[in-house]
Design a protein around this ligand. Structure first.
Ligand code: HEM
Length: 357
């Protein structure tokens, strides 16, 4: 089984060994794993899926790159305070207040021939920078760093590809350290004032600035494509509540963060299968067609801090595009897909606007 492309339909057991990783897919098992960070450590959440080869590692060492335990990969006590600090930027009130801005960004981006390029690509990054109070960020550079980092850490890649990507990984990290020392932006000032070290701050921001927008780009891409494939739905999307409900459906069955990892601290039994200590679990977060529940944003202590923001961005985007472009149609061949261990989405959503009769 190919861990980078598999679907639920290919699984023959709720706990299935694939290479040296264990794929866990039953809802109750996945939730129980996420609910118990002592038995199932989050330490491997950001570990490179393809081990970093020596040549690329040298570049990372030169760039003083490090990802100490901060948020997603932090099973220690320091997690609580760091999580609280970051959560203060994404309170329900702050997120709700972003709605008019999200709508106007969508309106400025109508009319493209590929909705990923014209709309889904930069909108989440702009919204995130504004919520974190980070000014003068060159968005195309941020996107190059963050897409490169996703592929570097979650991709099935060759040594040559690692070398092509590693400079982006290192540069991004160095930029974060520089902004921290310059106290350049609300987020960096909050981290420095709370006594968070430069190294922890850079590690935290490295994850936050990727997770906080790449995943939403992917959700927008999948949701737009899926909605456009369903004409009756597209016609109803601007009615109250329809976009929100549709976004939940997309999160349930086609979520962009399709898997998330944990490490067993001791031998465990899941769905009757014995899994040794030190095993890497790949938890399937995408739900079953027949089950209304989903774990797209995780569960428990590490539950996604951006769930409300991602849901809002997706619903506002769908509603606004559908209201202004009722005759929009998908076109072209099947798109290329992003297929990483934890991230899946179409890389383009090609559209056409037939002249209305
Ligand atoms: C469709 C969009 C998104 C999806 C599907 C998603 C999914 C996830 C998942 C599965 C986790 C791990 C949860 C766990 O271990 O239980 C997570 C953690 C996290 N996400 Fe998201 N996320 C999305 C958007 C965002 C956004 C917009 C932000 C920006 C604030 C964000 C920030 C975080 C943070 C900071 C964590 C780590 C929390 C912690 O360890 O305490 N995510 N996300």
């Amino acid at each position: 089984m190919d861990l980078f492309t598999f679907t639920r339909a290919e699984l023959t057991s709720p706990v299935q060994l694939a290479g040296d990783r264990w794929v866990v897919s039953a809802y109750d098992d996945v939730r129980a794993v996420l609910a118990d960070p002592v038995t199932f450590l989050p330490d491997n959440a950001l570990t490179a899926v393809t081990p970093v080869a020596p040549a690329a590692l040298r570049t990372l060492v030169r760039a003083r790159f490090s990802l100490p335990p901060t948020l997603a990969n932090n099973g220690s006590e320091s997690h609580t305070a760091l999580r609280r600090l970051v959560a203060s930027f994404f309170t329900p009130a702050r997120v709700a207040a972003a709605e008019p801005r999200i709508r106007s960004l969508v309106l400025e981006r109508l009319g493209g021939a590929d909705l990923v390029r014209s709309l889904a690509w930069d909108l989440p990054a702009i919204v995130l920078m504004e919520l974190l109070g980070l000014e003068n960020v060159d968005i195309p550079t941020l996107k190059r760093w963050s897409t490169g980092s996703l592929e570097f850490f979650w991709g099935d890649i060759t040594r040559e590809r690692q070398l092509e990507l590693v400079d982006d990984v290192g540069e991004f990290h160095q930029w974060l350290v520089k902004r921290y020392h310059a106290r350049d932006g609300e987020l960096f000032r909050a981290l420095a004032d709370a006594g968070v070290s430069a190294e922890d701050s850079a590690g935290l921001c490295y994850f936050l600035l990727i997770a906080g927008q790449e995943t939403t780009t992917q959700l927008l891409s999948t949701a737009l494509r899926k909605a456009l494939a369903d004409r009756p739905l597209w016609a109803r999307l601007s009615s109250p509540g329809v976009a929100e409900e549709f976004v939940e459906d997309v999160l349930r069955t086609d979520t962009p963060v399709v898997t998330w990892r944990r490490l067993t601290a001791r031998e465990v039994v899941l769905s009757g299968v014995r899994v040794p200590a030190g095993a890497e679990l790949v938890l399937l977060l995408s739900g079953k067609e027949t089950d209304p529940r989903h774990l797209a944003f995780g569960y428990g202590r590490h539950f996604c801090l951006g769930a409300g923001l991602a849901r809002l961005e997706a619903a506002v985007t769908l509603r606004t595009v559908a209201a202004h472009e009722p005759s929009l149609r998908l076109t072209g061949p099947e798109p290329e897909w992003l297929n990483l261990l934890s991230f899946r989405a179409p890389k383009s959503v090609a559209v056409t606007r037939p002249a209305e009769v």
